[in-house]
Design a binder for this molecule. Structure first.
Ligand code: SF4
Length: 402
């Protein structure tokens, strides 16, 4: 019987740095890069002249640089980006929709992806091979994706399939994972899911295997499993740092879903007490949260769903309604500004943006656009061909299900 190899327990740096940009006031206006560098997180170095530019100057120069590039490039902006960045997005969306936009548009030379690393990788997988995908700050990772390292997942996969046989286990990875994890899923009969289609993907997978390995977000996996009718005692959590993931062989044998021990540092900040306080303050409040929140938060909320579903629900709600939202603050603030006829606020009273999304300071966008105008591609994200092909298989399976 194999056992998990010993690896020292390491918390991803992106997770440790998560609170770096939390504030007690609601003002998330960008400061100069030099000032923001003092937050103590890892930033990519940029030429010195960019560090002291103020926001107005950055915006003016970015407008000029963007206009000169015309339709040779596309700028994509994830909903969790800062306002000073998202204003330059040709398309706004969640990670999957943004990559799809880029893949559908022909004749592009470059895609500038204002999001995090795994999103730029997905865009590179889905776009033509001659399109350069650029991530403005290479330090913009994702703490959840960082919690599933490929070598740990390979150990887990070898052990589980060694115990039960490859044909009985279907690996599913959430979009928020590295290209290497998507590739492992593609190679082994598995699939990718988003927070919108996770239940459909579970149905697809259970038609093909007795148990699922769900990566890397245990909360989305658990919340989807419960929705799908799998009971809590039929799900176990796999810790990459413990023998058998911290389970007995019997527990693994009885499990229908094995959940990787990963989470989103942003969505696990929400708790049931915040929901109680919101209901005390606004008896008519509607509570809507993302399914990356914990099971108790999802259970206590009135609704839960993907970023796109949250936007649609709040946008279509009647004037005068009250919404407490459990998702990333940049998006919640934007919704509040765009819908002044409704009361919209974040469940968490501390203003805490996703620290990795926040690393796309507007200066970085300016830097990569001006470089493109000079004929230089900086920060290209390139997935190797073998990984790309298997990851594409897993993504295409998801498309066929959706
Ligand atoms: S919000 Fe969570 S899952 Fe999304 S990029 Fe930030 S850390 Fe990753």
């Amino acid at each position: 019987m194999t056992s998990t190899k010993y690896r020292p327990r390491t918390i991803p740096i992106t997770e440790i740095e998560q609170s770096a940009f939390c504030r007690s006031d609601s003002n998330l206006k960008s400061k100069t890069l030099a000032e923001e560098l003092k937050a103590g997180v890892r930033w990519q170095r940029v030429p010195a002249e960019y560090r002291t530019l103020d926001t107005d100057e950055i915006i003016e120069r970015t407008k000029h640089a963007r206009a000169k590039l015309g339709n040779k490039i596309m700028v994509l902006g994830h909903h969790y980006q800062r306002d000073e960045v998202i204003q330059f997005a040709d398309f706004r969306g969640d990670s999957y929709n943004l990559s799809k936009y880029a893949a559908e548009k022909k004749g592009l030379e470059a895609v500038v992806f204002c999001g995090v690393h795994f999103m730029a990788e997905t865009a590179d997988i889905l776009t033509d091979t001659d399109v350069s995908v650029i991530l403005p700050n290479l330090m913009a990772g994702c703490s959840m994706a960082d919690m599933a390292k490929i070598e740990d997942v390979e150990d887990c996969w070898d052990e589980i399939t060694g115990l039960f046989g490859e044909e009985t286990v279907i690996p599913i990875t959430y979009m928020n994972s590295t290209a290497a994890i998507k590739s492992l899923c593609g190679l082994n009969g598995g699939i990718v899911c988003t927070s919108s289609n996770a239940a459909k993907v579970f149905e697809w997978a259970f038609e093909r295997g007795q148990r699922l390995l769900f990566l890397p977000d245990q909360h989305l996996g658990r919340n989807t499993g419960l929705k799908f009718g799998v009971s809590a005692d039929q799900m176990v959590v796999w810790s990459p740092f413990k023998d058998h993931g911290g389970n007995s062989i019997q527990q693994l044998n009885d499990a229908r879903i094995i959940l990787w021990e990963g989470h989103c540092s942003v969505h696990t900040r929400f708790n049931v007490d915040q929901i109680t306080i919101a209901r005390e303050k606004y008896p008519d409040v509607n509570i809507i949260v993302h399914p990356e929140c914990t099971q108790n938060v999802v259970k206590s909320a009135d609704m839960n769903g993907s970023t796109e579903l949250i936007i649609k629900t709040v946008t279509e709600a009647d004037p005068g309604t009250v919404w407490a939202i459990g998702t990333e603050i940049s998006l919640v603030n934007r919704l509040a500004n765009e819908h002044p006829d409704k009361t919209i606020f974040c469940l968490d009273p501390v203003v805490c943006p996703c620290s990795t999304m926040y690393r796309i300071h507007p200066t970085y966008l300016l830097w990569v656009l001006e470089a493109l105008n000079d004929g230089v591609v900086v920060n290209q994200i390139k997935v190797d061909e073998k990984t790309r092909l298997h990851a594409l298989t897993a993504l295409e399976r998801m498309l066929s299900v959706s």
